[in-house]
Design a protein around this ligand. Structure first.
Ligand code: KMH
Ligand code: ZN
Length: 307
């Protein structure tokens, strides 16, 4: 759709911990309110993880996930994209279960295994709100985020059965190769939706050259596809801007970056959505509405989900 870009808001994620920002949404109600405000600000997709409301720890609890998804659906038309990345240390079955149960329109599918590291953030924070936080960061020095070919195939089978479109997360060039392989075996079919994730320690770093390379490499292996870009930390807005310039879509949100400007914490997801929408409009690009995004991504529609 000419002149339109899909904005995703990744509301809370499973990486940041409560000590890092007082604005990180924790409870189901906070996650819902943040999602609705992000949608009002121009986000068409809300990317959802949930947390234990008492401790803020990322949680695989399907009751919490259901509460969040159902309440968002009641209040706005945003596409609810459930994470199957989950949180550090969750089992593969815990991660795919929400797709099996809730049949969402869209869910993430992580396209390969990486050393998913956040332990380097320990240097930045001296005080934590909850006991689990320090250990949660520490254990990532020895953590592999597992997405084997077998589990990718099994995830894609569940997605197929539930009519859920995979948002294919690529953290490095090899994952594009994995996607092409899964496509050659018929496990995933066009039109594909790729999310290039830059700047995770363990994956490819953020730079203009790297993003150009990833897109070019994907075109060579896959042909045409729809793509979005997100980047960890301070490269969030520069990489999103480059995506807009290259005809792509963007993902912002507190999952990826807690800041709105250098040294200034974002007070909400909506604040980041507003900023990326301002940048897009300066470039002559309008945010796609949720229903336009459904058409662009060829989704089954919000009346066909089970929540
Ligand atoms: N946490 C991000 C780096 C997922 O939830 O499945 C990538 C992500 C993956 O959002
Ligand atoms: Zn996520």
């Amino acid at each position: 759709m000419e002149g339109k870009a899909i904005v995703t808001a990744a509301i809370t994620g499973g990486v940041h911990t409560p000590a890092m920002s007082p604005h990180l949404p924790i409870t189901p109600q906070q996650i819902v309110d943040e999602s609705v405000r992000a949608c009002e600000a121009g986000a068409a997709i809300c990317h959802i993880h949930v947390r234990n409301p008492e401790t803020g720890r990322p949680s695989p609890d399907v009751t919490l996930i259901e509460e969040v998804m159902a309440k968002i659906k009641n209040r706005c038309r945003a596409i609810v994209c459930i994470s199957t990345g989950g949180g550090i240390g969750m089992t593969v079955e815990q991660r795919v279960r929400p797709v099996r149960i809730f049949k969402p329109e869209l869910a993430t599918l992580n396209a390969g295994s990486i050393n998913f590291a956040t332990f380097h953030k320990l240097d930045k924070y001296n005080e934590y709100k909850f006991d689990w936080e320090r250990a949660y960061l520490e254990m990532t020095e020895d953590f592999i985020f597992p997405n084997t070919f077998k589990s990718i195939r099994q995830f894609l089978q569940v997605f197929d059965e539930q009519g859920t479109k995979p948002e294919l997360e690529a953290y490095d060039a090899g994952m594009i190769n994995n996607i092409a392989f899964m496509m050659s075996r018929g496990h995933v079919r066009k039109p594909l939706f790729l999310q290039f994730v830059l700047g995770i320690l363990g994956g490819i770093s953020s730079s203009p050259e790297n993003l150009i390379f990833l897109i070019d490499y994907a075109r060579r292996l896959i042909g045409e596809f729809e793509f979005s870009v997100c980047a960890a930390g301070r490269q969030q807005f520069p990489m999103c801007t480059q995506s807009l310039l290259m005809g792509g879509n963007v993902r912002v949100g507190l999952e990826d970056n807690l800041y709105i400007a250098k040294g200034v914490l974002a007070k909400s997801n909506a604040e980041q959505v507003e900023k990326v929408v301002r940048i897009a409009r300066e470039l002559g690009i309008e945010p796609a509405t949720p229903d336009e995004a459904r058409r662009i991504l060829n989704l089954k529609g919000m009346e066909n989900v089970n929540f």
